[in-house]
Design a protein around this ligand. Structure first.
Ligand code: PLP
Length: 376
């Protein structure tokens, strides 16, 4: 018998499946990389802001030295933008880092972590990584059922993840619902409010959630530079919480978890409101483009508040995988979500207008062929 290393709960983890890269799809399907459209990882179709690119190039000269472990300049930029003290900030290697740090800092093996059905998969992974017990609360209309979550809290529940908007469903919880939930959670339970898509919300839906951090010492707000700010490849995000929470996160984080190029680029991107506005406007237009098509051919989709749309492409349990493969053969990469228990659905990231158009054409053709095969 071969030796089994590590605890059972680590061996039980299924590896995270990321979106296929353009190079992978080109190799697998014999396609020209230049013709491939990738709408699979909720990246910003504009790429990185020019301001961030310039800041990063300037920072290259200092790459022989370690990064600033305390991220002074980046924290100053966050402080200025969100009007929170520097002691409230934890920098992360992507906000994924913040989500994981929270599990490691606040939960012991055997204790419980709560999240919603269809919520971002990283919550389940972080739960497993620390040997915690998952409390997965059934979704309501593909989103969080906060009342049910409040009722499901057990004495050993130490951490709750809320994604707002949620990925992959795109659902959104209004400020009043979040606030009512925060009021109902016992103060010893840490709540992570993951706002990776906050910058895409219409202004009237945006709430300054850092205000809640002032009132609720058990709240950790998590933000990322990967989506609207266009820096996914650099890996930078941050958490905002009162010192009692922030101090613990900073004790277990790697001292140099955010590299110098990422820090420099993030400072520039945070100040680039023009880029942010352009990204949000492009996204809003792309959402209309995609959903008008879905409406026209009667495809069900979940109304989305993020930079992606979850659409139902069939009624059998292989529909998502089958349509995904057919799209891949046509050089269109989207995201199958069977691993979320959504095997009839695909998640489409909103791209540039011409990328959305290529996807629309490909899906129209693929569904037409499906219908013809079924009729024959
Ligand atoms: C993309 C995403 C993140 C963050 O990703 P990072 O690149 O690690 O910052 C966090 N939460 C949700 C719900 C996401 O979709």
């Amino acid at each position: 018998m071969s030796i089994q290393y590590g605890p059972d709960y680590v061996r039980a983890i299924a590896p995270y499946q990321s979106g296929k890269t353009i190079a992978e799809v080109a190799r697998e399907f014999g396609l020209d990389q230049a013709t491939i459209v990738k709408l699979a990882s909720n990246e910003n179709p504009l790429g990185m802001p020019e301001s961030a690119r310039q800041a990063m190039l300037d920072a290259v000269a200092g790459i022989g030295r370690y990064p600033d472990a305390n991220g002074f300049d980046l924290k100053a930029a966050i402080t200025a933008k969100y009007r929170v003290p520097q002691e409230w900030i934890t920098l992360g290697n992507g906000s994924n880092d913040i989500l994981e740090l929270a599990a490691h800092a606040f939960v012991q093996p055997g204790q419980a972590i709560m999240y919603a059905q269809y919520a971002f998969l990283v919550y389940a992974l972080a739960t497993q990584a620390v040997g915690a017990r998952a409390i997965e609360v059934p979704a309501q209309d593909y989103g969080h059922d906060l009342a049910a979550m409040a009722r499901a809290i057990t004495p050993d529940t130490k951490l709750i993840y809320i994604a707002n908007p949620n990925n992959p469903t795109g659902t959104f919880l209004p400020a009043a619902a979040i606030e009512a939930f925060l009021k109902s959670v016992p103060p010893e339970v840490v709540v992570v409010l993951d706002e990776a898509y906050n910058e895409y919300l219409a202004p009237e839906l945006q709430h300054e959630s850092t205000e809640w951090v002032r009132t609720y010492p058990n709240l950790l707000v998590s933000r990322t530079l990967s989506k609207a700010y266009g820096l996914a490849g650099l890996r930078v995000g941050f958490g905002i919480a009162q010192p009692a929470v922030t101090d613990l996160l900073n004790r277990i984080r790697q001292p140099f978890n955010v590299n110098s190029l990422a820090q420099a680029a993030a400072v520039a991107a945070l100040g680039d409101t023009q880029f942010l506005q352009k990204s949000a406007a492009l996204n809003a237009a792309g959402y209309v483009q995609l959903t008008e098509f879905f409406d026209a051919i009667d495809l069900q989709y979940v109304p989305s508040f993020g930079n992606f749309v979850l659409v139902k492409v069939g009624i059998d349990d292989h529909a998502g995988a089958r349509i995904n493969l057919a799209l891949l053969k046509r050089g269109v990469i989207v995201r199958p979500v069977a691993n979320y228990g959504l095997s009839q659905w695909l998640r489409i990231s909103i791209g540039l207008p011409q990328e959305n158009a290529i996807f629309i054409d490909a899906l129209r053709t693929v569904l037409k062929i499906e219908a013809e095969v079924k009729a024959a």
